[in-house]
Design a protein around this ligand. Sequence first.
Ligand code: ADP
Ligand code: MG
Length: 317
Amino acid sequence: MAEFDLIERIRRRSQTRPDVVLGIGDDAALIAPPAGMQLVVATDTLNHGVHFPPQTHSFDIGWKALAVNLSDLAAMGAQPAWGSLSLSLPEADPDWLDGFIDGFMQLAGEHGLSLIGGDTTRGPLSVCVSVIGLIAPDQALRRDAAQPGDDVWVSGTLGDAAAALALWQQGHHIPQALRTRLDSPTPRLPLGQTLAGLAHAAVDISDGLLADVGHIAEASAVAIDIELEQLPASAALQALGVEPQTRRHWQASGGDDYELCFTAAPALRETIRSRALACGTAVTRIGRVCAGQGITAMLSGEPVQTIRNGFEHFAAR
Ligand code: ADP
Ligand code: MG
């Protein structure tokens, strides 16, 4: 298959929103954003061997490449609108591409996102997606807006993806529920949108809770205490029956959860619980924001030393 055929295969599958004036096929796309809205732009790359195990099905790669980007929009409280897809492929394999596009388009369809362009080249497998979302002015959930006295909340459960990755690396069987969390994470878009203008700061958890919450603390110039006992664990994670320290390590420092961590005034507890319930996403209070700086992980009311703060691509090993 030639490059043109690959692009045509992708174009045929892309739905178009009415605000796309010109989609895939010209030198660039044209969009007509709604008046008065701000555009929210995010980009994330998935590389073979770094962001997914070598045997990952192309459907899951397509899903995840978009999901990690939509998770960034969720963390800003934005509504997804348009996307661009840069593909580097070792070979023009139509079956691989169809699986990839199935995964990508299924998630795009669920959230009303139109694919409006991209780039296709030959090279080591790498997928770079950019997304553009919409938000009303002054509603975005920024990292620099946490305030002393805020509660710290997290959505869903933590540690499933890290557990799946650890089991895979050790050659063990991976329970399906954990594997799904690693291969096809769910971006928390409805939750992010309902929190926009209500919560103070937010971040999505891609590199590990403590590392990502550290970004909020730093950007907001505050201290954050996290109570490790409060970190929510899925039934599948609990059923593994591993040592509590191992489980807590996955939950506090494992990457790829794509849950939202956010801060909000304590007066909003009930509002936040009921709005989260309405979105079908559980939320748990896991800590508080204080004056000062740095992240403290607490166990039984005492600060504990954590082993490693999260995934960092260029960290010394
Ligand atoms: P150019 O050489 O002008 O950059 P390309 O041949 O790279 O043109 O792309 C032709 C059209 O196909 C453009 O509209 C581009 O956005 C789109 N396109 C290319 N690759 C992809 C892709 N992987 N996904 C979506 N659209 C793509
Ligand atoms: Mg091009």
